[in-house]
Each structure stands twice: as C-alpha cells, then as structure tokens.
Design a protein around this ligand. Structure first.
Ligand code: NAP
Length: 276
C-alpha cells in the first residue's frame, strides 16, 4: 500500500479501538480493489467523540463506530437510515463532500446475512441481551420474517423497552430463557457474556430443537462456550466473526462506493490468533 498526498482516509472509532478487526478487513479489501485509501483505528477519549467527528467531517470518507459511541454517532448525523433510527444507534457514518453526515446501522443486515449463509428457519427467535446490538438485531429479525422474537435480558426493563417497539417482540427475564428455547428456531447471543474478560454465558441448550441455528455475536474468543455447546448438540452455528465480516460488506460499499472483493476470514482468524 503506497500512501501519498491523495490517499483518502476512513476508519473505525471506538474506545477501546485497538482490538478492532475492522482495519484488517477493510485494508484487505482496499488492497484487493486497488483503491488509494487507508483505513485506520481512532480511539478518542470517552468525551472526545464529537470533536473527532467534527474534525473528520468533509475530510475523511467515513467511519465505522463501535462501543461506546454508537448512540452518539446517530445523534451527530444530519441524516439517518431507518435501521439506524430504529436501533437507536449507528455503526457507520459516511461523510459527504458537502460536509453532511449520513448514519446507518449495518449490524442487523450483517447478522441476517451471516445466518443466511449458515441456513435458518424464520419462525421464533430467542435474543439474549437488550443493549444496542440486541435492539438492532430484534428489528432485523422481524424484517427477516420471524413471527416472534423473545428478548431475554438480565435487566427486564431494558428488554421491555425493546418489546414496546413491536407487538411481535416480547420481554422475558433470564429465568424464562429455558422455556422460550423449546420453540425457538434461532438463538442469538447479543450480550457481552462469554467474551474474553467477561463472565461466561451459562445457558443449557437441552430444550433447543436440533433444527435450530445458534448465533453468538461475541468473536473474542471466536469459538465461544455457547458455540461449542451448540456444536455438541448438532445445531447450525454462526460466529460473531461471520457477522462482523457481513456487517462490514455494506459499510465498505457505502464508504468506498464499490463492493468489496476477496475473502478476509483467514486474515481475521490470524489476527485473532485462531487457526483457520
Ligand atoms: P451493550 O449495549 O453494553 O449491552 C450489553 C448486554 O449484555 C446487555 O443486555 C447486558 O444486560 C448484558 N450483560 C452484560 N453483562 C452481563 C452479565 N454479567 N449478566 C447478564 N447480562 C449481562 O453492548 P452491545 O453493543 O449491545 O454489544 C453486545 C455484544 O455484541 C458485545 O459482545 C459486542 O462485542 C457484540 N457485537 C458484535 C458484533 C459483531 O459484528 N459480531 C456487532 C455488534 C456487537 P443488562 O441490560 O442487564 O446490563
């Protein structure tokens, strides 16, 4: 990659951002597409998101946004897509040449696209978590044709806030998860449980039908305990890495104006220290 005065800049903004796989993914696609661009990781202080975005506005091409800035990203934008508005969060800001900022949220489409690649039945979903990722996922699952999504969360009030958005969503406490699993065609973990440094996700999959698909949004480690249990039960699995790559596809298209080329999974596995 040759960086010159004409090289365009894009990146990911988070705190922390140093662990992000987005630079690995996007720089590989930049190279494959022969683009004169570079994709960096920006880690502003917790109160520095607005300053950074105002500095990049009209200068950079766009940024992906991760924890903890997704809600702020939506608030800063001049225009927001329906998925971003409904999720109450943006994971993508595109800087237009006129200085305006367009917000989108590609997490939901990334989730469903990753599920499509593994195969799933759009019937009833159990969604663990009620944070930003869960909110976007709930809406994406409804858009994908699910008749019902049970939102299971430690803090019931947060699940109830999501359930209030659509009659096909219902809020459950953690102790009701087992019963909900009995009729689930898809289980999605959208909590941070099971992530390196976080408590494990303790959930029996005994009640889950063997025809179901299990998705874990967590990708550090890539082979989570949940996916290991799902594999032992013989159900289809979708890793957080699969979702991450699929959410990056429309982000790249929006930032660079062309479809990405090339398989980046092996590069991501190397960056995660996992065998391909
Ligand atoms: P968030 O807004 O902080 O939400 C965290 C969720 O985890 C909440 O529902 C929270 O429950 C729950 N939780 C945290 N600690 C818990 C514990 N000890 N016991 C029970 N529940 C607990 O985070 P987020 O942005 O939604 O992200 C959630 C996960 O999705 C993260 O691991 C993130 O990395 C991952 N993610 C992956 C992708 C991808 O492309 N693979 C994309 C987006 C997000 P309470 O409401 O009770 O606190």
């Amino acid at each position: 990659m040759k960086i010159t005065a004409s090289t365009r800049v894009a990146g990911v903004v988070g705190h922390p951002a140093g662990h992000s796989l987005s630079p690995v993914i996007h720089n590989a696609w930049i190279g494959a597409g022969g683009l004169d661009a570079v994709y960096l990781a920006f880690e502003p202080p917790a109160d520095g998101f607005r300053r950074l975005i105002e500095g990049l506005r009209g200068v950079a091409l766009g940024v992906n946004v991760t924890i903890p800035f997704k809600a702020q990203a939506l608030a800063l934008a001049d225009h927001a897509s329906e998925p971003a508005r409904r999720a109450g969060a943006a994971n993508l800001l595109v800087f237009r040449p006129d200085g305006s900022i367009e917000a989108d949220n590609t997490d939901g489409v990334g989730l469903v696209r990753a599920m499509e690649l593994a195969g799933y039945v759009a019937d009833k979903a159990v969604l663990l978590g009620a944070g930003g990722a869960a909110r976007g996922a709930a809406m994406a699952l409804l858009d994908a044709g699910f008749a019902e999504v049970a939102v299971v969360n430690r803090t019931l009030e947060r699940a109830q806030e999501i359930a209030a958005l659509d009659p096909r969503l219902r809020a459950l406490g953690w102790d009701q998860a087992d019963a909900a699993l009995e009729s689930a065609s898809v289980l999605v973990n959208a909590t941070s449980l099971g992530m390196t440094g976080q408590p494990p996700l303790v959930l029996s999959l005994d009640a889950l039908p063997r025809s179901a698909t299990v998705v874990d949004m967590v990708y550090r480690p890539m082979r989570t305990q949940l996916l290991a249990s799902a594999g032992r039960r013989g159900v289809k699995t979708v890793s957080g890495l699969d979702m991450l790559i699929q959410q990056a596809v429309p982000s790249f298209q929006a930032i660079f104006g062309q479809a990405p080329q090339g398989d980046v999974r092996r590069l991501c596995l190397e960056a995660l220290g996992e065998a391909a």
